[in-house]
Design a protein around this ligand. Structure first.
Ligand code: ATP
Ligand code: MG
Length: 427
């Protein structure tokens, strides 16, 4: 990574690097947008994290395209020329274009903007402006570079805040002293990038993570705050980031229990397909949901509940954390349980809670439940009971439950044995 980086460092035209890093489909798409933007007289730029990752020779995950002009006008003319779908957000001067041939891959087009904050921690007020202003509203110098894409300008690097220097020196640097006060989520972002790339916080920037900035955290909405943790939990190694945030007293400003938590989270493992489907809240990924359970399951129920409220957890997440927490605590008292007892108990819990506790304890009964027991059902069904002249009701459920328990506990091993037991139960 280093060699590649040095090789391109200080170059002001990144056309070759860009062509090399992008696939031909992506390049083709970008060319179409750039040509159209050029025809409209709107300078077009690739901005933000993609430039950082390009210079670090890391894969570029998303393309943020910013233009000096009107994003919605550009998107309209792309649709006119190439068809596809347009979604416009007039209030934010942004548009999304989904080309017809793209397997629903879409491009976000954003008008360059200037942002002002009415008060610390508020969401910014936006007005259209130049690329220079657009870069100056950003979080860190390494995220505030742009490469121009239209016409003969293709590949020109625009780096007014010297992001390249900071990349080379492995430094995270804010753009102005009030940055963390304007937007305290940037403290989380700073640590996330520092740990992800093994960079350091530049010393003045580090000093700006102070009482004033931490004090504004209380102004942030639960969703915005949780989102920052979600991003951390999505990283390959969240533990060091959480620890660093605790050491900088950022977590204490959210909830006292977070500062004393164990920040060393277990590794997320992909579940075996035998374990079935895990329900997760639709706003979180599997990794994030499991990460939250790992992080909070040793907290008291009262702390979990107050954090869930502060961080606007979806109900499914709070339930999964509390279930995992109780299961882990109760585990020693289940030691002598029969498989049917485990199964009937665990059936009531979210599978993901059982899976999380299994990963941290390696309790074999939990693995057996997920891999086998949860799937074991008697052959007899409700319809069979009706056919025997039984009236549907609570006794129905009880008979089926006893048949299932017999299979789980090895008391019944064949269809015939099940029938004998059924005859006895029906009598
Ligand atoms: P990642 O690899 O984590 O996605 P990214 O740089 O793509 O990194 P995004 O969160 O996707 O980060 O944001 C895109 C760009 O928007 C950033 O590079 C940065 O320039 C800008 N940005 C994002 N969040 C903030 C913020 N809170 N304050 C200022 N600028 C921000
Ligand atoms: Mg991104």
């Amino acid at each position: 990574m280093r060699d590649d980086f040095l090789c391109y460092n200080k170059r002001v035209n990144l056309a070759d690097l860009l062509k090399k890093s992008l696939g031909s489909t992506q390049l083709d798409l970008i060319r179409r947008v750039a040509d159209e933007s050029s025809a409209l007289g709107f300078p077009l730029y690739l901005v933000g994290g993609s430039i950082r990752d390009l210079l670090l020779a890391r894969p570029i995950v998303d393309f943020d395209l910013t233009l000096e002009g009107d994003a919605i006008t550009l998107a309209r003319s792309l649709v006119k020329k190439y068809s596809g779908k347009l979604t416009a957000h007039d209030k934010f001067f942004t548009a999304t274009w989904t080309p017809q041939s793209s397997n629903s891959q879409f491009l976000d087009l954003v008008s360059a903007r200037k942002e002002t904050y009415s008060h610390p921690g508020a969401l910014p007020t936006v007005q259209k402006s130049t690329i220079d202003d657009d870069l100056r509203r950003r979080d860190f110098t390494i995220n505030a570079m742009a490469i121009r894409l239209d016409g003969d300008h293709f590949g020109e690097l625009f780096d007014p805040l010297h992001g390249q220097n900071d990349l080379e020196n492995k430094l995270i640097r804010v753009l102005h002293p009030k940055s963390f006060v304007d937007d305290p989520t940037r403290m989380f972002r700073a640590i996330r990038y520092a740990e992800r790339y093994e960079f350091k916080l530049e010393s003045e920037t580090l000093g700006l993570i102070n009482d004033e900035a931490r004090g504004i955290i209380s102004e942030l909405s639960g969703e915005r705050l949780r989102h920052e943790f979600d991003l951390i939990l999505e990283e390959p190694d969240p533990s060091a980031m959480l620890k660093q945030l605790a050491d900088l007293h950022v977590l204490k400003a959210i909830h006292p229990a977070l500062s004393t938590a164990n920040h060393q989270l277990p590794t997320v493992e992909e579940p075996s397909p035998d374990f079935g489907e895990f329900a997760i809240p639709d706003i979180l990924s599997f990794r994030q949901t499991l990460g939250w359970i790992f992080y909070l399951m040793d907290f008291t129920e009262a702390d979990i509940e107050s954090l869930a409220e502060r961080l606007a957890f979806p109900a499914l997440l709070s339930k999964a954390i509390i279930s995992a927490s109780n299961l882990k605590k109760d585990l020693p008292s289940f030691k002598d349980w029969k498989p049917s007892q485990w199964t009937f108990h665990l059936d009531e819990l979210p599978f993901l809670s059982t899976y999380a506790v299994y990963l941290v304890t390696r309790e074999s009964a939990l693995r057996d439940y997920l891999a086998k027991w949860q799937h074991i059902k008697p052959i007899t069904t409700g319809d069979d009971l009706k056919a025997r002249g039984l009236e549907p009701g609570p006794r129905f459920g009880e008979i089926l439950r006893q048949l299932r328990a017999a299979w789980l506990d090895g008391e019944v091993k064949t269809k015939e044995e099940e029938k004998i037991l059924l005859d006895r139960l029906v009598k």
